[in-house]
Design a binder for this molecule. Structure first.
Ligand SMILES: CC(C)(COP(=O)(O)OP(=O)(O)OC[C@H]1O[C@@H](n2cnc3c(N)ncnc32)[C@H](O)[C@@H]1OP(=O)(O)O)[C@@H](O)C(=O)NCCC(=O)NCCS
Length: 131
């Protein structure tokens, strides 16, 4: 059963700017060390990959907020608790931590499907929650 879906577009230029201006605090508050390391690997520019990961974090929030609204519950999102990892062939998947992991368990989420795309100025994140 589908428990939630979410999608988001992120502006790649924003992350290019952060990297160029050495705004490491923005990057470090938003992404885990592993997300930063994997975004720096390979031929795709780092800003594209960070934007894609950010879009997934926002998409995940949209997907869970449908249920949160039903329950009249407010949550403070800690972006790093929604970690975008990659498997051995480059497919993204989510690893949840702390409060986000707890919420997902309470919602009875058994599977999280994630997809990323980037083209020109934008990166897209798409999330489906299955329970
Ligand atoms: C994997 C592939 C589909 C990515 O497509 P793309 O247009 O180059 O790039 P996009 O920006 O849309 O997507 C990139 C994201 O796809 C995801 N991705 C990479 N490999 C993947 C895979 N095997 N399965 C699912 N998602 C994958 C990653 O999250 C990546 O983002 P990241 O680098 O920030 O982690 C493409 O490189 C590929 O291998 N295509 C082969 C299929 C083919 O020959 N198609 C021809 C027409 S059918």
């Amino acid at each position: 059963m589908i428990k939630g879906i979410g999608t988001d577009l992120a502006d790649i230029q924003f992350f290019e700017q952060c990297l160029n201006d050495n705004k490491t605090s923005v990057i470090q508050e938003t992404f885990t060390a592993q997300e930063i390391t994997t975004s720096e690997r390979g031929p795709v520019p780092t800003a594209h990959r960070l934007a894609g990961r950010f879009a997934v974090k926002e998409a995940f929030f949209k997907a869970i907020s449908q249920t949160m609204l039903h329950q009249n519950r407010k949550i403070n999102v800690i972006a790093k608790e929604i970690e975008v990892c990659v498997d051995h062939i480059g497919r993204p998947y989510l690893s949840l931590h702390g409060q986000m992991d707890l919420i997902a368990r309470e919602m009875g989420i058994k599977n999280i499907h994630v997809s990323i795309s980037h083209e020109k100025g934008y990166a897209l994140g798409f999330v489906i929650l299955e329970g």
